[in-house]
Design a protein around this ligand. Sequence first.
Ligand code: SAM
Length: 352
Amino acid sequence: MMDIKHITDLIDKLEQTHALTRDEWIALIQERTPDAAEYLFERAREVRIRHYGHDIYIRGLIEFTNYCRNDCYYCGIRKSNKNALRYRLSEEDILSCCEAGYRLGFRTFVLQGGEDGYFTDERLAHVVSKIRTRWPDCAITLSVGERSYEGYQMLFDAGANRYLLRHETYDSDHYARLHPPALSADHRQKCLWNLKKIGYQVGTGFMVGSPGQTCENLADDMLFLTELNPQMVGIGPFVPHHDTPFGKYASGTVELTTYMLGLIRLLIPKALLPSTTALGTIAPDGRERGILAGANVVMPNLSPARVRKKYLLYDNKICTGDEAAESVRNLTQKMEAIGYHITAARGDSLNM
Ligand code: SAM
């Protein structure tokens, strides 16, 4: 058992050098204590305030299709889930979501979806270019999985600026435990390097507490983040979905997820870090705790209320019937209550 001094020394070293060895990462994660976590969160808050003040950036999330060709064992919209009610938004629907979001002050639109064959590179590029022309001052973020280099390039040329693609878990054996053989850790990571090369602001990340995950796996995730040096890092707890092979596994915890958020804030001080919906799903104050651990982004849902329940990645996912305006008001109040303010700025990453 390590004493707290050893762990706080490692936290100090991380803050000063932004690099730890694999063994140090493992120790820092494995031997964490509530006191060490409090120390970490204080450091992480100070670092985030130094770079981003008390501002919280909002991203308007548009979940535009839940058709997916993949069969990830954890995901509620996997292709084998015959109980999923499938939908796809039309180009007009997507544009009206942006219109409503723009009026509410959103300056980033995040288009997320399953890997839906209908949305070829050309079709998606058409949607992106429409958004780019109508709202030239907004950032367009895509989160539509693995595509070819040429596809990513076409979407970038059409006007997309940012891309979210969680690596999910760095270790290839653990990756194979979470995905069918057609998918590989190697290919996922290659996509991230391609996105970076093209010039996207890249976001990656992983699930915390996914089945079979070890502290060694998390240490490898941190080493991968060190190497990739992304502009954004999205992490959230694994949450089971009853119609998937992992339906009976336990969720990840707020405790470990917030701890990892604090570590990421110290590793990449200028990264944009969302406090995710999954974190808000497993605890009523989950998103606030994420912010207090160093996160600085929230992503309210701009999808039409009629489809929200259908984008069910995991059980009990927060999907209030609230109009987007209502969600923004609620989140604004929650953030004000802990001393932070939602801002309408476009909020580009300072980690360039
Ligand atoms: N298809 C795109 C992709 O692969 O990146 C975007 C959509 S995918 C559903 C978005 C993210 O949802 C995944 O990266 C994964 O981390 C997360 N997710 C899926 N199922 C989840 C679950 N059961 N618990 C927590 N997160 C989950």
